[in-house]
Write a protein that binds this ligand. Structure first.
Ligand code: ADP
Length: 182
Protein backbone atom coordinates (compact mmCIF):
# COMPACT_ATOMS: atom_id res chain seq x y z
CA UNK A 1 0.00 0.00 0.00
CA UNK A 2 1.27 3.42 -0.93
CA UNK A 3 1.49 6.47 1.25
CA UNK A 4 -0.66 8.65 -1.03
CA UNK A 5 -3.08 8.34 -3.94
CA UNK A 6 -0.49 10.07 -6.10
CA UNK A 7 1.43 8.31 -8.86
CA UNK A 8 4.57 9.37 -10.71
CA UNK A 9 4.39 8.31 -14.34
CA UNK A 10 7.85 8.79 -15.81
CA UNK A 11 8.04 8.78 -19.60
CA UNK A 12 11.50 8.10 -20.99
CA UNK A 13 12.56 8.02 -24.65
CA UNK A 14 14.43 9.95 -27.31
CA UNK A 15 13.67 13.55 -28.19
CA UNK A 16 10.64 13.53 -30.48
CA UNK A 17 9.55 10.07 -29.29
CA UNK A 18 6.15 11.42 -28.26
CA UNK A 19 6.60 11.66 -24.49
CA UNK A 20 5.01 15.10 -24.09
CA UNK A 21 2.22 14.46 -26.60
CA UNK A 22 1.19 11.26 -24.80
CA UNK A 23 1.61 12.76 -21.30
CA UNK A 24 -0.68 15.69 -22.19
CA UNK A 25 -3.35 13.35 -23.59
CA UNK A 26 -3.23 11.15 -20.48
CA UNK A 27 -3.40 14.18 -18.20
CA UNK A 28 -6.39 15.66 -20.01
CA UNK A 29 -8.27 12.37 -19.83
CA UNK A 30 -7.54 11.89 -16.13
CA UNK A 31 -8.60 15.46 -15.40
CA UNK A 32 -11.85 14.80 -17.26
CA UNK A 33 -12.38 11.91 -14.84
CA UNK A 34 -11.92 14.24 -11.89
CA UNK A 35 -8.37 13.29 -10.90
CA UNK A 36 -5.71 15.83 -9.97
CA UNK A 37 -3.04 15.64 -12.64
CA UNK A 38 0.05 17.59 -13.66
CA UNK A 39 2.60 17.32 -16.48
CA UNK A 40 6.11 18.23 -15.29
CA UNK A 41 7.57 18.58 -18.76
CA UNK A 42 11.35 18.38 -19.20
CA UNK A 43 11.48 21.36 -21.58
CA UNK A 44 9.37 23.48 -19.22
CA UNK A 45 11.55 22.55 -16.24
CA UNK A 46 14.64 23.41 -18.26
CA UNK A 47 13.30 26.92 -18.83
CA UNK A 48 12.85 27.45 -15.08
CA UNK A 49 13.99 25.21 -12.24
CA UNK A 50 16.78 23.69 -14.38
CA UNK A 51 17.67 26.81 -16.36
CA UNK A 52 21.25 26.80 -15.04
CA UNK A 53 21.88 23.27 -16.35
CA UNK A 54 23.30 22.02 -19.64
CA UNK A 55 23.54 18.56 -21.16
CA UNK A 56 26.70 17.09 -19.64
CA UNK A 57 26.26 13.78 -17.83
CA UNK A 58 26.42 15.56 -14.49
CA UNK A 59 23.88 18.21 -15.50
CA UNK A 60 21.51 15.62 -16.91
CA UNK A 61 21.61 13.78 -13.58
CA UNK A 62 20.86 17.01 -11.73
CA UNK A 63 17.99 17.82 -14.12
CA UNK A 64 16.47 14.38 -13.53
CA UNK A 65 16.95 14.74 -9.77
CA UNK A 66 15.12 18.09 -9.75
CA UNK A 67 12.32 16.74 -11.96
CA UNK A 68 12.00 13.76 -9.60
CA UNK A 69 11.76 15.98 -6.53
CA UNK A 70 9.02 18.03 -8.22
CA UNK A 71 7.21 14.77 -9.02
CA UNK A 72 7.59 13.56 -5.43
CA UNK A 73 6.00 16.77 -4.10
CA UNK A 74 3.00 16.45 -6.40
CA UNK A 75 2.70 12.72 -5.84
CA UNK A 76 2.71 13.14 -2.06
CA UNK A 77 -0.21 15.51 -2.54
CA UNK A 78 -2.29 12.91 -4.39
CA UNK A 79 -1.56 14.09 -7.91
CA UNK A 80 -0.95 11.83 -10.85
CA UNK A 81 2.17 13.53 -12.14
CA UNK A 82 3.45 12.74 -15.61
CA UNK A 83 7.11 13.44 -16.29
CA UNK A 84 8.18 13.46 -19.94
CA UNK A 85 11.96 13.74 -19.69
CA UNK A 86 14.48 11.93 -21.95
CA UNK A 87 16.27 10.28 -18.97
CA UNK A 88 19.02 8.62 -20.99
CA UNK A 89 20.96 6.55 -18.44
CA UNK A 90 20.22 3.25 -16.69
CA UNK A 91 21.66 4.64 -13.49
CA UNK A 92 18.95 7.33 -13.55
CA UNK A 93 16.18 4.76 -14.13
CA UNK A 94 17.39 2.78 -11.11
CA UNK A 95 17.74 5.87 -8.95
CA UNK A 96 14.24 7.14 -9.80
CA UNK A 97 12.59 3.90 -8.72
CA UNK A 98 14.59 3.88 -5.47
CA UNK A 99 13.77 7.53 -4.79
CA UNK A 100 10.04 6.76 -4.98
CA UNK A 101 10.37 3.57 -2.93
CA UNK A 102 12.13 5.60 -0.27
CA UNK A 103 8.97 7.67 0.22
CA UNK A 104 6.62 4.76 -0.47
CA UNK A 105 5.16 6.40 -3.57
CA UNK A 106 3.82 4.68 -6.68
CA UNK A 107 6.21 4.91 -9.62
CA UNK A 108 5.53 3.81 -13.18
CA UNK A 109 8.26 3.83 -15.79
CA UNK A 110 6.94 4.14 -19.34
CA UNK A 111 9.33 3.60 -22.23
CA UNK A 112 8.18 5.56 -25.27
CA UNK A 113 9.93 3.27 -27.72
CA UNK A 114 10.29 5.28 -30.91
CA UNK A 115 13.28 4.49 -33.12
CA UNK A 116 15.93 7.10 -33.76
CA UNK A 117 14.98 7.02 -37.45
CA UNK A 118 11.33 7.83 -36.70
CA UNK A 119 12.26 10.57 -34.20
CA UNK A 120 14.62 12.09 -36.70
CA UNK A 121 12.11 12.06 -39.52
CA UNK A 122 9.48 13.65 -37.25
CA UNK A 123 11.96 16.16 -35.83
CA UNK A 124 9.14 18.25 -34.27
CA UNK A 125 11.48 20.90 -32.87
CA UNK A 126 14.10 20.84 -35.63
CA UNK A 127 16.70 19.69 -33.10
CA UNK A 128 17.97 16.64 -35.00
CA UNK A 129 18.73 18.87 -37.98
CA UNK A 130 20.74 21.18 -35.73
CA UNK A 131 22.54 18.24 -34.07
CA UNK A 132 23.41 16.63 -37.41
CA UNK A 133 24.65 20.00 -38.62
CA UNK A 134 26.94 20.24 -35.60
CA UNK A 135 25.18 23.23 -33.99
CA UNK A 136 23.96 21.20 -30.99
CA UNK A 137 26.33 19.12 -28.88
CA UNK A 138 25.56 16.21 -26.53
CA UNK A 139 22.34 15.45 -28.36
CA UNK A 140 20.82 12.16 -27.22
CA UNK A 141 20.88 9.54 -29.98
CA UNK A 142 23.34 11.53 -32.10
CA UNK A 143 26.45 12.23 -30.04
CA UNK A 144 25.20 11.17 -26.63
CA UNK A 145 24.00 7.77 -25.49
CA UNK A 146 20.42 6.64 -24.81
CA UNK A 147 20.30 3.55 -22.62
CA UNK A 148 16.92 1.85 -22.98
CA UNK A 149 15.20 1.08 -19.68
CA UNK A 150 15.94 -2.48 -18.58
CA UNK A 151 12.59 -3.29 -16.97
CA UNK A 152 10.01 -0.62 -17.82
CA UNK A 153 6.49 -1.10 -16.49
CA UNK A 154 5.03 -0.27 -19.87
CA UNK A 155 6.42 0.00 -23.41
CA UNK A 156 4.65 2.13 -26.01
CA UNK A 157 5.21 1.37 -29.69
CA UNK A 158 4.45 4.69 -31.37
CA UNK A 159 5.15 3.33 -34.86
CA UNK A 160 2.14 1.00 -34.59
CA UNK A 161 -0.14 3.07 -32.37
CA UNK A 162 -1.55 6.57 -32.55
CA UNK A 163 -0.89 9.02 -29.70
CA UNK A 164 -4.47 8.41 -28.53
CA UNK A 165 -3.95 4.63 -28.47
CA UNK A 166 -0.69 5.08 -26.52
CA UNK A 167 -2.44 7.35 -24.03
CA UNK A 168 -5.19 4.76 -23.65
CA UNK A 169 -2.60 2.06 -22.82
CA UNK A 170 -1.16 4.27 -20.07
CA UNK A 171 -4.59 5.03 -18.64
CA UNK A 172 -5.65 1.34 -18.69
CA UNK A 173 -2.40 0.40 -16.95
CA UNK A 174 -2.97 3.02 -14.24
CA UNK A 175 -6.57 1.95 -13.65
CA UNK A 176 -5.66 -1.73 -13.54
CA UNK A 177 -2.80 -1.34 -11.09
CA UNK A 178 -3.16 1.88 -9.17
CA UNK A 179 -6.32 3.94 -9.45
CA UNK A 180 -9.22 2.82 -7.34
CA UNK A 181 -12.61 3.61 -8.84
CA UNK A 182 -14.84 3.14 -5.79
P1 ADP B 1 9.07 14.32 -26.94
O1 ADP B 1 8.31 14.91 -25.79
O2 ADP B 1 9.31 12.85 -26.75
O3 ADP B 1 10.32 15.07 -27.29
P2 ADP B 1 6.92 15.35 -28.55
O4 ADP B 1 5.69 14.78 -27.91
O5 ADP B 1 7.30 16.75 -28.22
O6 ADP B 1 8.16 14.36 -28.23
O7 ADP B 1 6.84 15.21 -30.13
C1 ADP B 1 6.46 14.00 -30.74
C2 ADP B 1 5.93 14.29 -32.13
O8 ADP B 1 5.62 13.04 -32.78
C3 ADP B 1 4.64 15.10 -32.12
O9 ADP B 1 4.67 16.01 -33.19
C4 ADP B 1 3.56 14.02 -32.32
O10 ADP B 1 2.40 14.54 -32.95
C5 ADP B 1 4.28 13.05 -33.25
N1 ADP B 1 3.76 11.67 -33.19
C6 ADP B 1 3.51 10.90 -34.27
N2 ADP B 1 3.04 9.69 -33.91
C7 ADP B 1 3.02 9.66 -32.56
C8 ADP B 1 2.60 8.69 -31.62
N3 ADP B 1 2.13 7.49 -31.98
N4 ADP B 1 2.72 8.98 -30.29
C9 ADP B 1 3.19 10.21 -29.91
N5 ADP B 1 3.57 11.19 -30.77
C10 ADP B 1 3.49 10.93 -32.10
Amino acid sequence: MYKSKGITVWLTGLSGAGKTTIAELVCQELKNSGLACYVADGDTLRSGISSNLGFSRQDRFEHVRRAAEVAVLFSKNDYVVLVPVITPYTEMHDWLRKRHEEDNLAFVEVYVATSLGDCESRDPKGLYKLARGGSLEHFTGIDDVYEKPVSPDLILDTARNTPEQCAKSVISFLYTRYIKTN
